[in-house]
Design a protein around this ligand. Structure first.
Ligand SMILES: C=CC1=C(C)c2cc3[nH]c(cc4nc(cc5[nH]c(cc1n2)c(C)c5CCC(=O)O)C(CCC(=O)O)=C4C)c(C)c3C=C
Ligand SMILES: [Fe+2]
Ligand SMILES: [Fe+2]
Length: 381
């Protein structure tokens, strides 16, 4: 048969709400061969590298995949732990923490699965896991606060490519971005305040975001604007004067112009101009990874100190901080709002049942719907 099916369920099997948590992915090992496999998949994605395919194939296989894997593997070795790649380890904790919160807030019929856009655990495996748990409504949540076609849209492609091979599709919703979500801004501001409490206020705070080629921005990608809005909202919440912070873009690859200013050049210029104490936060990364733990926390630190800087502090990503997971759970609740649930007796809109339940109890507190997926109905926590 052309289209795939999952397990058959008896007619009264309760349906589940599924949350597919996605992140970029990471190599399986910090070795040149594993990194080559990872980069071959990642850099072959037309959302990431918008260059005509035949030309890109020659550059990728003829040059990049011959040189970069060994260099990147060395960097990966510097951040690898006994538990593997930091990004994957954090992602597992994020998925478990989100599952736990949703079980409490939403009810027993909600499943969280983790998928990586490139590598393992795969998007395919995560979708199959949810399908086999009888998920009939699926919320896809890519862990990229700022929308970019290179990341967010690429996650969408991976999900829909797989779903296009299925016979019975779930209902589908997709979180596009959460760059100005109040809980996210609060969590970032809280992390920065904690760094100030430990190290004092720096001369400058740098918000460093992963870069993208400038031409993607010119072509209409909103990523640059989302990054700026995130940084501005955090700075406003901290009441930081404009001359005490800046936004910059890191991780540039190749010779094309990428979004500016560049993180490494900015830090070096600051040190050379006599700025002694900086703190760097990377709000676009939902989990610490190679780009934060090696590039920001080691490489850029060394460069800043070598250029005359004296104090350099990297403020970790939100990772599995309770405030981060609470924000993600709230986001899931809001984005699943109004989803009706199919019950044994037919389809019923839980909105109406919640309204009825809260009419009965004047407190209108979080309504308890035993045995049902109250999913988005309990929006706003
Ligand atoms: C070549 C183009 C790349 C674009 C465009 C790009 C955008 C982009 N990436 C992230 C997040 C991450 N990128 C990470 C690693 C990484 N990124 C690229 C290339 C592009 N990224 C490469 C080749 C690599 C691999 C490492 C290397 O060889 O330098 C990671 C870390 C993954 C890990 O295993 O820890 C993250 C996270 C975003 C958010 C983004 C656009 C907005
Ligand atoms: Fe990247
Ligand atoms: Fe990098």
């Amino acid at each position: 048969m052309k289209y795939k099916s999952g397990t058959n369920f008896p007619p009264d099997t309760p349906e589940q709400l599924g949350v597919l948590l996605l992140n970029l992915g990471t190599p399986e090992a910090p070795t040149p061969s594993a990194v080559r496999r990872y980069l071959a998949e990642f850099l072959n994605d037309p959302r990431v590298v918008e260059v005509p395919r035949p030309l890109w194939w020659v550059i990728l296989h003829g040059v990049i995949l011959r040189i970069r894997p060994a260099r990147s593997a060395k960097a990966y070795r510097a951040v690898w732990t006994d538990r593997g790649s930091p990004m994957l380890e954090v992602a597992r904790r994020q998925a478990a923490g989100l599952q736990e919160r949703l079980l409490t807030r939403v009810g027993p019929r909600v499943r969280v699965a983790l998928g990586m856009r490139y590598g393992q655990p795969s998007v395919l495996g995560a979708l199959e896991q949810l399908r086999d748990a009888h998920v009939r409504r699926l919320l896809v949540l890519p862990l990229y606060p700022q929308y970019s076609a290179t990341t967010t849209a690429s996650s969408f492609d991976a999900v829909t490519d797989e779903l296009s091979t299925w016979r019975w599709l779930p209902e589908l919703r997709f979180v596009n971005q959460y760059h100005d979500e109040p809980g996210y801004i609060d969590a970032l501001a809280t992390s920065i305040r904690a760094a100030w409490a430990t190290h004092g206020q720096p001369d400058r705070l740098l918000f460093s975001f992963h870069g993208t080629p400038q031409r993607y921005f010119t072509a209409g990608d909103p990523y640059h604007c989302h990054c700026h809005k995130t940084a501005r909202l955090v700075a406003t919440q901290l009441a930081l004067p404009d001359d005490r912070w800046l936004l910059a873009f890191q991780s540039r690859i190749g010779r094309d112009e990428w979004l500016q200013p560049y993180t490494d050049q900015t830090l070096k210029a600051w040190a050379q101009s006599g700025i002694k104490h900086v703190q760097v936060i990377a709000p676009g990364f939902s989990a610490d990874c190679l780009e934060t733990l090696e590039e920001i926390a080691v490489e850029n630190r060394d460069a800043f100190l070598a250029a005359g800087g004296e104090q350099y502090h990297y403020i970790p990503c939100l990772n599995d901080l309770p405030a981060h997971l609470d924000m993600l759970a709230g986001l899931v609740q809001r984005h699943t709002c109004g989803w009706p649930e199919r019950t044994a007796g037919g389809t019923s809109c839980l909105h109406r049942q919640v309204a009825a339940a809260s009419n009965q109890s004047a407190s209108a507190a979080v309504p308890v719907l035993p045995g049902r997926v109250a999913s988005g109905l309990l929006a706003g926590k």
